[in-house]
Structure formats: structure tokens, C-alpha cells
Design a protein around this ligand. Structure first.
Ligand code: BGC
Length: 717
């Protein structure tokens, strides 16, 4: 009797352990869903299980029709649903119904500093993905911008982990609200494209926790992302796709991730190591798909006893749980989706309009006065270039794309004459040779017109996946072009269309007006024209610092880029972007968070509720923001903290909160910032914990990281 009881207990215990070890998120599924998953797994052959753990084509995972498990469909990418690709090669399938809505790219989104727009984008992308029958959208891309040269900076968001995390969280919430899984990427340290498939990245624990991890952590803990894409590179000697620390200890055990790990395309390197570390889905391989790591070799490993089948079950349960969360087994309840609606297009316009950054506006050269100018010279290849279909995996077959020149023509409505000159020609990269005939023609045109706008910058030959930029220079002789145009007509505005920093020191002081307009989505041209003509008051702020020159920036001055012998040390540590510039007293050309407006904002009456705060309390600060100028407009109030008394050195300031506030001309509003005191902590990598010592902390409220308007000192007990 006694023995019988014990055996029963043991059996019950085993069953319990089994359930929990099979389901990552056992507590988040209903009892019925859990039962269904267990029942499906119990009916599946090992071959069928392995079928769910690898692609059976470029972007699909095998169905199990006899059990009612449909094919799982994945699609790029962060700023639109990519056109359909052939199942077995990278060519486009040539469909005629897959031209989608095209959003401003990642850095543009971050430049809006408006998480509501990130949420809206997520919703729209979710609706379009659903319409196109996609289950997992491969985005957002959240790697930190460490060097101006990284080819994929345009897809990512910012040099700052807090700003990135805020946009990431909102984006994922929006997307997943439409029953489409986010696949936040690329985990971890894919901060360069040079040797991305082999480079080994070394960074301190502090840099990991304070800079490179927070966006992924927020994706998991704040937004509940259903999946994460592992990076191509190595991290501290091991491939990211088979990294027990990154995948299991840190992400699953410590941060509580209960979704699935998807490999980057063809970025798996092993069966046993990857399976044991925690990779769930191998994607991106070529034909024959059955030969890849998570196909026949996985089956063989189980049969040979090298891998427990329970581990395979656990991964299968992860895939099935994701399908449950997306209501794939309950299609009547699933979001239906829509495609290219006017609302979707309007969402891209709003995002574009709020992302444009006014870097400089001397003598009120902007906005252009349509009642005064009779003729406008529009110069540069980017005036007419469509940017959507470029940059590789994030490229979009856009339903339409309004170029800057078209936007200006749309909005000028015949009120003034618009004349175009090519100025420079896009040629093979790298190319810095000026075309003097085109420059002379452009300068002559500028001289004849009342004002000139040079649409300069880069294109996706430079801002692209797979390779980094050779340098920060503006290619194709644009420096010579800009100088010639501004000499011919001092009323010249330069618009930079690019997704990452370029060298502007050679012309910045000569031009009175400078705007940054990104790869700004299908409505980008209209939004830009509205800003140029004052219909929209610019409210974007730079999501990364703009250095004078490359050597000024952290990765190049202090760290390594792109490393040596396929190894890169992040000696720049936590001093990335403005954390580096400000701590070491280096003045960039334009700082992080900078962006002007056609109106002026005044900061006043800033205060904290009290002087001393306990570690477990919520800090509460307030200030009054007033629009004292003549235009309605929006300001991004940025809250940085400075902790000069910490045990370990900290950056001179760190962004901890921000608010984007729209005020009518003459309007004032009280803003309240509330955040847990614990948010002010730093990661002590000697003690391996977040830490904040009692003492004085300065709270800096400003219009940019270098335009601090109010300072409030608080004491932490
Ligand atoms: C990229 C991923 C992308 C995947 C599928 C890879 O080369 O790194 O970001 O989602 O391809 O296109």
C-alpha cells in the first residue's frame, strides 16, 4: 500500500514535470489549449515533429494535414510586408497582388519619438500580414546603432536603448494585437554587416545589460513577443543560434521568454548544440530542406539517443503554442486583415510627417513661403529616386511611392514653378567623383530660381543589408554639388535622405537650412513637401548622434570596427553614441535628440514633489511646457539622468523618459514624468546586479541631449 502510494505520487510528479517541461508557457495557456497541444504531440511521428522545426521552403514551415496543423507562413520585414518570394529560391514570385503599404524605415520611426506611431505601424503591418496569410513578421529590427557605418542602421532604430525599447514595445503590441507574431531581431550583437556570418563579438556584461539587451528584454517582458530571431554572428566564442547563455540562461530562465527562437536565414550551425541551447526553428536553408540540421539529422540524433525526444516535443509545443496564440486553430476568431487601405496609407503619412528632423534653420529660410517664391530649383538624384525596393530583406514592393519631387509638385499646386536638375548621378559604389557638367547645370538653375532644395544623401546601395558603408562621405560628389548650389543661391536648403549618419561638416556651415528626411515610406514625398512649405511643423528628433567625422564616434575612436581576424571587441563598452560624446566632452555636429521646430518652446516651473526618495518609490517630476512661437507644433521633452556619485563610472547622462507633446501656438501644459526610482539604476557587473547608491541624482529636462533646459536634483535614500 505504502509502495503503491509512492509510485502513484511519482507518476503524478513525472506527469507534472513533463507538462511543464513540454510547454514553455504552461501557465499562459488555457487548460483546453494545453490539452490540445499534448494530444497533438502524442499523435505525431518523429518525422512530423521535425517537420515543424525547420523550413520546408524559404519562408514556410511544413503542415501536418492529417492533424489539422496548417503550414506556418513567415515574411519580412520591419517596414512593410515583403512581396512573395519563390518557395525554393530568392527570386520574386511575380505576383500581381502583393504590392503593399510601405512605412518609413526604422531610424525614421525612432526619429518620430512617438510610440503611438509605432503601435499604429504594428497594427497596420499586422492587418496586411493577415490579409496576405502570414503568421510571423520578421521584425522589428532592434540592434543598437553602434557605428555610423553599419549597413543596416536604417532598419534599426537608435543608439539609445531606452528609445529603442519604447518603440519596440509599442510596435510589437500593435502587431500581435492583429494575431501576427513579431520576430524581434537579431539577438544579439548584430551591430555590423562586415563578416556578420562569422564575426565573434566580445562585450562586457555591463554593455550587454545596459546597451545591447534592453530592447530585447522589453520585447519579452513588456510586449510579450512571440518569437526572437537569433543573430548570424558569434557572441563570446559561440554562435548566437546555439548559445546556452543567451538563449536559455538569460532569455528563458532570467527574463522569462516563453516564445520561440527562430534562426536567421541559414544561420544554424549544428543539430545537437543548437537544439540543446534552445533554438526552436531552423529557417532559410536551401533545397533539399530535409538535409539541414533540424530535419533528418535531428531525427537521427533522437533515434541514436543523442537527443531526448522530450526536447523535440518541447520545441514542437513552442510552435504549437505560438499557433494557439495566433488563433490558427480557431480561424473564425482570428483577425482577418486588410490591405492597402486609405487608413494604412494615412498611417505611413503620419509616421513620415513626424519623423522629419529640422537640423538647422538660419534666418528663417524655412518654411518656404509659397506666396513669395516664384520658382524653386529641386536638385539631386534623391529627388526622383524611389527607395522602397532596396536594402535587401526589408525591401518592399510598394503599392506606390511619392518621391520628393512628386510631393513638391503635388503640394505646390501650381503656386510656383518647380524646375529639376539631376546634380549627381547614382553610379557604382563607392563613388566620390563629382560630375562637373551636372553640377554646373544645377548651379545655373539654382541661380535662376528664388530658392533651391538639394535632395542629397544616400540610397540603398549604401544603406543596405550584407555590407557596411565604406566611410561616412556623401557619395557621387554631392559635397561639391551642394557647395556650388549654395554659392549660386544662398537661399538653399539641403535635405538628407538617408538612414544613417553621413559626413556633413564640409557643407553644414554654408547652408542656412538643413532637414533630415530618411527613407520615409510611400507618402514620404508628400510629408517632406508639407514640412518644406510649412503645412507641417517638423517635430522629429535625431535618434542617433551626427558626428563631425567618423573617428569622433565611439566604435571608431575607442572600440573596434569591424574588428580584426573576425573578432570584434566592444572596448567602447557602455559609452555608445551620446553616452560617449557627452562623457568625454566631444561635441558632435548635431547631438542625439536634436531637432528644431518652426515654433519655440519654453520650459518652466520644473519641480519634484519632494527632495528625498526611497529606492522603492516612484519619482514624480513636473514642468510646464509652453509654445511661445507663432506655429502650432510638437516638442519632445527628454528626461536624462546624471549620477555623478556612483560606485562605477556612469555616462554623463542617460535617457530615462520622454514625452512628445503637441501644443497650439500660445498654449501651455503641465507635463508629469513618473518613473520608478529603480529605473535610474545601472548594472554593476562585478556584483552582477542592478544598483543605485544613495546620493544625489540630477534630472535633466531638455529639448535634446545637449540642450538641457531644466535641472532638478533629487536625493535617493
Ligand atoms: C536577414 C533577416 C531576414 C532574413 C529573411 C536574413 O538575411 O538577416 O533579417 O529576416 O534574411 O529574409
Amino acid at each position: 500500500m505504502k509502495a503503491g502510494f509512492c509510485l502513484f505520487c511519482l507518476a503524478a510528479l513525472l506527469m507534472l514535470t513533463n507538462i511543464n517541461s513540454v510547454l514553455y508557457a504552461a501557465d499562459k495557456l488555457s487548460a483546453q489549449e494545453e490539452k490540445k497541444i499534448r494530444s497533438l504531440i502524442s499523435k505525431m511521428s518523429l518525422e512530423e515533429k521535425a517537420g515543424l522545426l525547420h523550413g520546408n521552403s524559404k519562408f514556410y514551415v511544413e503542415a501536418v494535414p492529417r492533424l489539422g496543423i496548417p503550414e506556418l507562413a513567415l515574411s519580412d520585414g520591419p517596414h512593410g510586408v515583403r512581396a512573395e518570394i519563390n518557395r525554393d529560391n530568392w527570386n520574386y514570385a511575380g505576383w500581381t497582388n502583393d504590392s503593399s503599404t510601405y512605412f518609413p524605415t526604422g531610424t525614421a520611426l525612432a526619429a518620430s519619438w512617438n510610440p503611438d506611431l509605432a503601435r499604429l505601424r504594428g497594427e497596420v503591418l499586422g492587418e496586411e500580414a493577415r490579409f496576405r496569410g502570414k503568421d510571423i513578421l520578421l521584425g522589428p529590427g532592434v540592434n543598437i546603432i553602434r557605428s555610423p557605418l553599419c549597413g543596416r542602421n536604417f532598419e534599426y532604430m537608435s543608439e539609445d536603448p531606452y528609445l529603442t525599447a519604447q518603440m519596440t514595445t509599442a510596435y510589437i503590441r500593435g502587431l500581435q494585437s492583429r494575431d501576427v507574431a513579431a520576430c524581434v531581431k537579431h539577438y544579439l550583437a548584430n551591430n555590423q554587416e562586415t563578416d556578420r556570418g562569422s564575426v565573434d563579438v566580445y562585450m562586457s556584461d555591463r554593455a550587454l545589460h545596459e546597451i545591447y539587451l534592453p530592447a530585447f528584454k522589453a520585447a519579452v517582458q513588456e510586449a510579450g513577443t512571440y518569437s526572437i530571431m537569433t543573430a548570424y554572428n558569434k557572441f563570446r566564442g559561440l554562435w548566437c543560434a546555439e548559445h546556452p547563455y543567451l538563449l536559455d540562461s538569460l532569455m528563458r530562465q532570467e527574463l522569462g521568454f516563453d516564445g520561440i527562437f527562430v534562426s536567421d536565414w541559414n544561420g544554424t550551425h549544428s543539430t545537437l548544440a543548437s537544439a540543446k541551447a534552445g533554438l526552436d526553428l531552423e529557417m532559410g536553408t536551401d533545397k533539399p530542406y530535409s538535409e539541414y540540421y533540424f530535419a533528418q539529422p535531428l531525427i537521427d540524433a533522437v533515434r541514436k539517443g543523442e537527443l531526448p525526444e522530450s526536447l523535440v516535443d518541447r520545441k514542437v509545443a513552442g510552435i504549437l503554442s505560438l499557433m494557439m496564440k495566433l488563433k490558427i486553430f480557431d480561424p473564425a476568431k482570428r483577425f482577418e486583415g486588410s490591405f492597402n487601405t486609405p487608413e494604412h496609407q494615412q498611417a505611413t503619412y503620419r509616421s513620415a510627417a513626424e519623423s522629419i528632423v529640422l537640423l538647422k534653420n538660419d534666418k528663417g529660410v524655412l518654411p518656404l513661403d509659397a506666396t513669395k517664391i516664384k520658382s524653386l530649383a529641386v536638385i539631386g538624384d534623391n529627388a526622383t529616386r524611389k527607395q522602397s525596393f532596396g536594402g535587401q530583406s526589408s525591401e518592399i514592393k510598394a503599392l506606390y511611392e511619392v518621391t520628393p519631387l512628386e510631393g513638391l509638385k503635388n503640394r505646390a499646386k501650381g503656386r510656383f514653378e518647380i524646375r529639376f536638375a539631376q546634380g549627381y548621378e547614382k553610379s557604382q559604389r563607392p563613388s566620390n567623383r563629382p560630375d562637373w557638367a551636372l553640377i554646373d547645370e544645377a548651379a545655373a538653375l539654382a541661380a535662376q530660381c528664388d530658392a533651391a532644395v538639394v535632395m542629397a544623401g544616400l540610397n540603398h546601395d549604401y544603406d543596405t543589408e550584407s555590407r557596411d558603408k565604406p566611410d561616412m562621405a556623401l557619395p557621387y560628389g554631392q559635397l561639391e554639388l551642394i557647395r556650388a548650389v549654395v554659392k549660386a543661391n544662398p537661399n538653399t536648403v539641403v535635405v538628407i535622405i538617408a538612414g544613417s549618419a553621413v559626413d556633413m561638416a564640409g557643407f553644414n556651415y554654408r547652408v542656412p537650412g538643413l532637414l533630415w528626411a530618411w527613407y520615409n515610406g510611400m507618402e514620404g514625398g508628400n510629408a517632406l513637401a508639407d514640412v518644406l512649405l510649412g503645412e507641417v511643423n517638423p517635430s522629429g528628433k535625431m535618434p542617433f548622434s551626427l558626428p563631425f567625422c567618423l573617428d569622433q564616434s565611439n566604435a571608431h575612436a575607442l572600440g573596434e570596427f569591424p574588428g580584426r581576424n573576425r573578432k570584434v571587441d566592444y572596448f567602447d563598452d557602455i559609452f555608445v553614441g551620446y553616452r560617449w560624446f557627452d562623457t568625454y566632452g566631444i561635441a558632435p555636429l548635431y547631438p542625439f535628440g536634436h531637432g528644431l521646430s518652426y515654433t519655440q518652446f519654453e520650459y518652466s516651473e520644473s519641480r519634484a514633489d519632494k527632495e528625498e526618495w526611497g529606492m522603492n518609490e516612484k519619482l514624480r517630476l513636473s514642468l510646464v511646457l509652453s509654445n511661445t512661437g507663432r506655429f502650432d507644433g510638437a516638442e519632445v521633452v527628454q528626461l536624462y539622468v546624471s549620477d555623478p556619485e556612483s560606485e562605477l563610472p556612469r555616462p554623463q547622462k542617460e535617457l530615462k523618459a520622454f514625452q512628445k507633446v503637441f501644443l497650439k501656438a500660445g498654449e501651455s501644459r503641465e507635463l508629469v514624468f513618473e518613473l520608478p526610482i529603480s529605473d535610474l539604476a545601472y548594472y554593476n557587473d562585478i556584483k552582477r546586479e542592478w544598483q543605485l547608491e544613495p546620493g544625489t541624482i540630477k534630472c535633466l529636462l531638455g529639448s535634446s541631449s545637449r540642450d538641457i533646459r531644466r535641472e532638478i536634483s533629487i536625493k535617493v535614500k
